[in-house]
Design a protein around this ligand. Sequence first.
Ligand SMILES: Cc1ncc(COP(=O)(O)O)c(C=O)c1O
Length: 389
Amino acid sequence: MESPEFCSDSQNGESAFADVPFAPEPLVYAVMAAFREDPSPLKLNLGIGVYRTEEGKPFVLDVVRRVEQLLVNDLPAIKENRVATVQCVAGCGSLRVGAEFLAKHYHQKTVYIPKPTYSNHPNFFSSVGLVVKTYRYYDLATHGLDFQGLLEDLSFAPPGSIVLLQACGHNPTGVDPTIQEWEQIRQFIRSKGLLPFFDSAYQGLVSGNLDADAQSVRLFVTDGGESLIAQSYSKNMGLYGERVGALLIVCKTAEVAIEVESQLKLVIRPMYSNPPIHGASMVTAILKDREMYNEWTSDLKKMNDRLINIRQKLVNTLRDKGTPGDWSHIIRQVGMYSLSGLSQDQIAFMTKEYHVYMSSDGRISMAGLSSRTVPHLVEAIHAAVTRVI
Ligand SMILES: Cc1ncc(COP(=O)(O)O)c(C=O)c1O
């Protein structure tokens, strides 16, 4: 493994997006652009519906300024204007826009996704003509991370390959690398010049803490190298139908970020032109108001505690019943999901005899369980593993 000093290496060298050309603004924004460029002291902009003070200045609320400062101090990439950000249609939309941008402007057309992963992942990339390959992720024997397999498979990736990483709460396995493993993955990816593309769909739902769940992404962002991040608010704000998300592309320089953002707009315009505003306004309001933000994070903690509690209850009840097998991995796994190890036939049996519905890969969505329903699931699992071999 590389030494920790490697960190700064990724800042050196050419940006992967250095050749992305600037896309001019659409005509509809021409009036605004002309206003900006007009040097006259008499100029008056009556075109946009944005609140201004008596002095004609934008009004920035104190609380917003304070929260923003907290964020900026935390992340140099934001401070240095190196992050191109576009609001997208939830996590899926962010992944799809990112994939299309890469297909158009990135030199390497191969993307590596974990095996197994969210079933929609291959579609985002194959639908824009990228070549999808997989890297080992889950060790069936330990029900944990196949760390060596992951590194070995990525060592065969052609230089510059895109690597999709789930930031936390891996779907469907519930298995995340430790922070030490993330650091080794980071060093490996940077040393091979691979491009990380994070899918952050469960931030806050693994530890109950937004910062702790962002550690993997922040390791990569603070090393100065380039990364893509698809951020979803569907699960952690319970805004499934509102479809709120964002794609962030962390670039090496502010100039490249401007070019990248201009091209992202060109990807979005023919797709859906503009994202819906309603859900995003709610997310913005929560993120900008300290009191509401605190309420949200304390709700996240409660949601998370319930998930952890239900995992424990399920395993205890399986043990008490004497159900054959070691189910301790259900407690070790994190977030919303657990890959139970139940076979396809066992699941079909559980559906037919016990009306338990789950995906055929054996994934249990923990959030669908409650203290009341754990005994029923345990009955079903017990019958399945003793009767369907
Ligand atoms: C890993 C992962 N990424 C992305 C998504 C899609 O999220 P969204 O509903 O925000 O589009 C999901 C949804 O299940 C997911 O599990």
